[in-house]
Design a protein around this ligand. Structure first.
Ligand code: ABC
Ligand code: CA
Length: 481
């Protein structure tokens, strides 16, 4: 699918091994520290698509599908898929080629998209760098395709970052000569074939900043579909530079702004205000950056704070900021794993609870966003802007009247006292007399004649306002009466 088609999507990230097993067990053990395969499969995902789609997602991102280091390493098995060895063979722990095709078909039958994680920076090896058997790799079966081993000692030196190896001395990640035209051609042939074989709609690309930029232009062209690249940096200029080659990048700068806002006792609204002011002009197209507040590399929000109000703010920011929202499996269950490998819990151990508070927050927010986009596609490219802020609370608007979402975020947490302040209805895009729905509590109010709207914040919870007249066509947004 194209960038245009992805703009209005919403993505659910699963680690294939950890989301659902073929037997859809909710009790099968999965010890995250052991580094074992836990048994998740493509068939399992197919059986649990209702859980994902009912939450309002229209795409899933799955783990890399290729054949990886088969044996156990010091860091466990390659169940996450980032240690590939044979690009033309599948990791059969996740299922067969038929199963992967069936997943793609099942998604398309529901109008959903398949995004596959791909790695082009490196392969994986179990053993010291000088023991790599290059002939065992496919198609890059000769040392001539690789950079000489060296460690990344200086992250400010881009040629070291691009040409040295990731990993460590026990599991080195042999680094491909992506600047070489033969290597490029081989990758381009591979990706075109992979996309076509499995009818893939989008790519999440690993370790993008470790590869020379010119590689990405031809890779993007060969793939022919939407691709969002992982550029792990809080620097918006650096990250968005890669949007000149790829359709999109993971919105790490947004992630860091949200964490600065939520994660510390001294957090203020300043990082969000600065994000709203600068991101829109720092990127080629901010509306297709993929926003997130958790993924498999980061500490879960709940590992930093058990506060449900802060967790709700994080999800609301993820789903309502400019960009294509991405929610990592388990975030809707308030999972609390800290860093890799603890943050890679099996989703099935939650029992796929659809009554959980955050599951319903995600469901409602995905629906209101989809509704705004359906009413007015310009919602996607409308840059979010603040219409009120104090040290701990900020109100943003996104969208033209009729398809405008006005959202209130705060970092004071669920123990905090209620507070109220005024916003102007004209800034919000509301006419006096209009009925406005708050979708998280499913309550409504009428905009007063003088245009001064009193906003009440309780227990630090976010508020999400949408014109009632625009919501009524889709009662599933929330059961308003
Ligand atoms: C395994 C073990 C770990 C062990 C490690 C050595 O080996 O599990 O316990 O510590 C895969 C697996 C991992 C595995 C690794 C290495 O491979 O999933 O379990 O770890 O074998 C992607 C994927 C990730 C994947 C790989 C490798 C890359 O999402 O799952 O890992 O294919 C770096 C990379 C980034 C990578 C991430 C995990 O590490 O850039 O691609 N993710 C700085 C650096 C970043 C760096 C980050 C974290 O630290 O600049 O490049 O990310 O190490 C901001 C700055 C940033 C800064 C951050 C912290 O602060 O702007 O620059 O990031 O303000
Ligand atoms: Ca490299």
């Amino acid at each position: 699918a194209t960038l245009e088609q992805w703009r209005s999507r919403s993505i659910y990230q699963v680690l294939t091994d950890r989301f659902a097993r073929s037997d859809i067990s909710t009790t099968a053990k999965c010890n995250t520290t052991a580094g074992e395969y836990c048994g998740g499969t493509y068939r399992g995902i197919i059986r649990k698509l209702d859980y994902i789609q009912d939450m309002g997602f229209s795409a899933i991102w799955i783990s890399p599908v290729t054949y990886n280091i088969p044996e156990k390493t010091k860091f466990g098995y390659a169940w996450h898929g980032y240690w590939q060895q044979d690009l033309y063979r599948l990791n059969d722990h996740f299922g067969s080629a038929q199963d992967l095709k069936a997943l793609s078909r099942a998604l398309h039958a529901r109008g959903m998209y398949l995004m596959v994680d791909v790695v082009t920076n490196h392969n994986g090896w179990n053993g010291p760098a000088d023991s790599v058997d290059y002939s065992s790799y496919r198609p890059f079966n000769d040392q001539k395709y690789y950079h000489e081993p060296c460690a990344i000692t200086d992250y400010t030196n881009q040629s070291i970052v691009e040409d040295c190896w990731l990993g460590d001395s026990t599991v080195p990640l042999p680094d491909l000569k992506t600047e070489d035209s033969t290597v490029r051609k081989m990758y381009n042939t591979w990706i075109a074939q992979l996309v076509s074989n499995y009818s893939i709609d989008g790519l999440r690309i690993d370790t993008v900043k470790y590869v020379d930029q010119p590689f990405w232009s031809s890779f993007q062209r060969a793939a022919g579909i939407f691709a969002t690249g992982e550029v792990l940096s809080s620097n918006i200029t650096f990250a968005c530079d890669y949007q000149n080659q790829l359709s999109s990048v993971l919105h790490y700068p947004f992630y860091y702004a949200v964490i600065d806002f939520l994660n510390s006792t001294t957090g203020t609204t300043a990082p969000l205000l600065s994000a709203a002011a600068t991101f829109k002009s720092s990127c080629k197209d901010p509306s297709v950056l993929t926003t997130f507040t958790e993924n498999h590399d980061l500490p879960r929000i709940a590992s930093q704070t058990p506060d449900l109000s802060l967790a709700t703010n994080a999800l609301a920011l993820t789903l309502l900021w400019d960009g294509i929202p991405t929610v990592y499996a388990g975030q809707e269950q308030h999972y609390a794993g800290y860093a890799d490998p603890d943050n890679r819990e099996a989703t099935w151990l939650s029992g796929y609870d659809r009554e959980s508070e955050l599951y319903n927050v995600v469901r409602v927010l995905n629906r209101v966003r989809s509704r705004a986009l359906a009413l007015d596609p310009r919602y996607a490219t409308y840059n979010i802007w603040p219409l009120y802020s104090d040290a701990h609370t900020v109100v943003f608007r996104k969208g033209f009247p009729g398809a405008n979402i006005v959202s209130v975020f705060s970092n004071t947490g669920s123990e905090s006292a209620s507070l109220s302040f005024n916003i102007s209805s004209s800034a919000a895009g509301w006419k006096p007399g209009a009925e406005i729905l708050e979708v998280l509590t499913c309550t409504k109010f009428v905009v007063p004649a003088d245009g001064v709207v009193v906003v009440q914040v309780e227990r630090g919870m976010p508020k999400v306002f949408f014109p009632l007249a625009s919501a009524v066509g889709d009662l599933s947004i929330c059961r308003v009466v």
